[in-house]
Design a protein around this ligand. Structure first.
Ligand code: TYD
Ligand code: MG
Length: 470
């Protein structure tokens, strides 16, 4: 039997090369190439496999009887919201997230809930010993749940064990990077191993009808590490995110064949595990300075994900010949453009003012959709008129001062509603765009000048009230 030809496979994107090189040309990463058998093929005799003749199968039409995909609800509402109503039988879900974010905690909680509901649930840990998983379950008060537990990493052994007895309803593999299969020669954790292990486990899930959850590690730039390939093989990809310093965690669907991808689930990490947060606005709004002039909440989109973020502006009379313009987290040339439009079309004179704009939380915004929120924050600071705390802003401002529609408006509205906002100031939307059912009061503005006069009117009312009172 001929020895398999080895080649060098990028551990980040899976591209294969004939010789080693420092940089992967496909994804631009450095030092990611490792020697592997790129085919990932079984090492059985080639002569036998080549002789096998294809089997014929019946072709089907698009119409026909289809059973509704049966779902297993987890009894965790925030999790079920993101999966689209529960785990689909025979489907595979990849859960990604930074180390220590709470993936194992989330899954042991979900597993316990489902085991208590009399489903056969198997939790395979490749990273922690059985005692560690038990200890955590005990601390969370879940030790009584009949979850079947093992610390294993051999895919063949796992599949053989799972195939015994009644087939499990839910199988959790924590994590896919620790699994290895005999069928390929590469080391565990390499792209080839991860791909082959995932393939074998996915085949088992489809055959047995069990819902399978794979945990995947995430690299520093937010990709599910190495095996991007796994993302294409699974039915759904969820990512679990959060700031290390903060208690709340957001679960998002990045891909979902059986449900929506614009839903988020919000959790809080407590001493007793993850608590579902049904009304996250309390958490997010508690961080904000309510009623301060110069702040506006922008309903943005990061990639395909909606993100709400606070824009803070300070407009103050300058003491210099040339006024300062400083911006953190946004494009300075877009700020200049918004300032120019405010001057030219809205009668807002800023040439004698310093202008500072900051995106809270260290986020960097790329999109022009932030124009309207930035303009609202600037005018609010200038006129000393606080914006309504329950409103979000988004919209692109053109050089003529018109407010233009932006992509993914329904997703922004949905996120704002989910986070407890009641009003949205936005561009005029085409009818039937799915925005009406977001449950927000919509305030469409066609041009920047109308928004500016509204904010300024409130500011002057406040000032005259203050003057009358004092
Ligand atoms: P874990 O689920 O092990 O993260 P992952 O599997 O994503 O790596 O979570 C570990 C972190 O969560 C750890 O820093 C401690 C914290 N934690 C709590 O604060 N409370 C708890 O009840 C548990 C179980 C963990
Ligand atoms: Mg873990």
């Amino acid at each position: 039997m001929a020895k398999a030809v080895l080649s060098f496979v990028c551990q980040n994107c899976g591209a294969a090369y004939g010789r080693w090189q420092g940089k992967c040309e496909a994804c631009g990463e450095w030092n990611t190439l490792a020697e592997e058998d790129p085919s990932g093929a079984a090492s059985g005799p080639v002569s036998l496999r080549a002789k096998r003749k294809g089997r014929t199968f019946a072709l089907q039409s698009l119409t026909g009887e289809n059973k509704e995909a049966p779902r297993l609800a987890s009894a965790m509402a925030e999790l079920d919201r993101v999966t689209g109503g529960g785990f689909v039988r025979g489907s595979v879900l990849l859960l990604g997230g930074d180390p220590g974010i709470g993936k194992s905690t989330l899954l042991i909680q979900a597993a316990s809930m489902m085991a208590k509901a009399k489903h056969r649930v198997v939790y395979i840990s490749g990273e922690e010993a059985v005692a560690q998983v038990r200890l955590r379950a005990e601390r969370l008060g879940l030790a009584a749940a009949p979850v079947q537990l093992a610390a294993e990493t051999s895919v063949e052994d796992i599949i053989a064990t799972l195939s015994e007895g009644t087939s499990p309803r839910l199988v959790i593999i924590d994590s896919i990077q620790t699994m290895w299969t005999d069928t390929v020669e590469s080391a565990p954790g390499t792209v080839t191993q991860v791909r082959a292990s995932a393939q074998a486990l996915i085949r088992f899930a489809k055959r047995s009808g069990a819902a399978l959850i794979l945990v995947g590690h995430v690299t520093k730039d937010g990709q599910i590490a190495g095996p991007r390939v796994v993302e294409h093989m699974v039915d759904a990809v969820l990512s679990f995110e959060g700031e290390g310093s903060q208690q709340f965690r957001i679960l998002r669907a990045v891909k979902n064949r059986f449900g929506p991808t614009d839903e988020i689930g919000v959790f809080e990490m407590t001493g007793l595990g993850l608590r579902e947060v049904h009304n996250p606005s309390e958490l997010f709004l508690s961080e904000r300075d309510l009623g301060t002039p110069g702040t506006a909440v922008f309903a943005g989109v990061e990639g395909t994900r909606p993100v709400l973020v606070e824009l803070q502006a300070l407009v103050a009379p300058t003491s210099l010949g040339t006024p300062r313009r400083a911006v953190v987290g946004w494009d300075p040339s877009r700020l200049s453009m918004v300032l120019a439009v405010l001057e030219a079309h809205c009668g807002v004179k800023l040439s004698a003012h310093d202008v500072y704009l900051n995106v809270a939380g260290g986020l960097r915004i790329q999109e022009p959709a932030a124009d309207l929120a930035a303009a609202a924050a600037l005018v609010s600071s200038l006129t000393n008129a606080p914006l309504p705390a329950e409103a979000v802003y988004f919209g692109e401002v053109s050089l003529s001062g018109a407010v233009r529609p932006v992509p993914l408006m329904p997703a922004r509205l949905k996120e704002a509603a989910k986070l407890g906002f009641a009003r949205a100031v936005l561009p005029e939307m085409p009818r039937g765009d799915g925005a009406a059912d977001a449950g927000l009061a919509l305030h469409s503005v066609g041009s920047l000048v109308s928004l500016v006069s509204e904010i300024a009117a409130k500011g002057s009312k406040r000032r005259s009230a203050a003057a009358g009172g004092g």
